[in-house]
Design a binder for this molecule. Sequence first.
Ligand SMILES: Nc1ncnc2c1ncn2[C@@H]1O[C@H](COP(=O)(O)OP(=O)(O)OP(=O)(O)O)[C@@H](O)[C@H]1O
Ligand SMILES: [Mg+2]
Length: 224
Amino acid sequence: MSDILTATGVDLSYGKQLAVRDAHLSVAPGEVVAITGQSGSGKSSLLYCLAGVLPPTRGQVRFEGQALDELTDDEISALRRERFGFVFQYGELLPELTVEENTALPLRLAGQRKKPALAAAGKVLDRLGLSELRERRPGQVSGGQSQRVAVARSLVHQPALVFADEPTGSLDSANADAVLKEFLGLARSQGTAVILVTHDPGIAAQADTHYTMADGVLGPRGAA
Ligand SMILES: Nc1ncnc2c1ncn2[C@@H]1O[C@H](COP(=O)(O)OP(=O)(O)OP(=O)(O)O)[C@@H](O)[C@H]1O
Ligand SMILES: [Mg+2]
């Protein structure tokens, strides 16, 4: 099958600082791609370009054949909302919403009514063993639990591709491993591709494909 995401010759500069240089990358449907590299090597910057959060200074990103730089801001927002999922380092749940409402958020943003959205959220929470936490707010759950909720939220709308930037960064290694296994298991079962940014080579080994990044330069595609 043809790739869903391709980046060709992507540079990203912050003023004079070149954070990403000439990056080439491709992601197949359902593929789990890990990107590792030291702090400051440009992993998050590359992810922002791939997800259409920051426009590359040079080069191009295509999603399902469509160049992101040819889309309007509204079209990019809709793409991010409907076809992409995101997990960040600290989970970043909305404190005023319950676990269930946080999980349902992508569906609500896509215009789904409350009842079916919460029902779908409940199913994903169930799969991740989080049903008892449905009514709690983020302040009333542990760090590991809140990362699991963030994982549930990133997958609830069955996106084509999830961008995960150090998704287990705030957890100890045993917890990180458990959350990651659940995350990748669920993503694989629904055919969602994942781009997983991590410092940790052990985590990257669970991916299908592995790229390493150093000083803004993304290495060649390799097996994990
Ligand atoms: N908004 C910004 N303005 C200026 N420079 C930035 C900005 N964001 C990042 N940088 C610089 O760009 C380079 C790449 O940063 P980036 O955050 O992409 O690295 P990273 O690999 O994600 O690091 P980490 O593993 O610590 O998250 C670094 O030198 C960083 O200082
Ligand atoms: Mg980063």
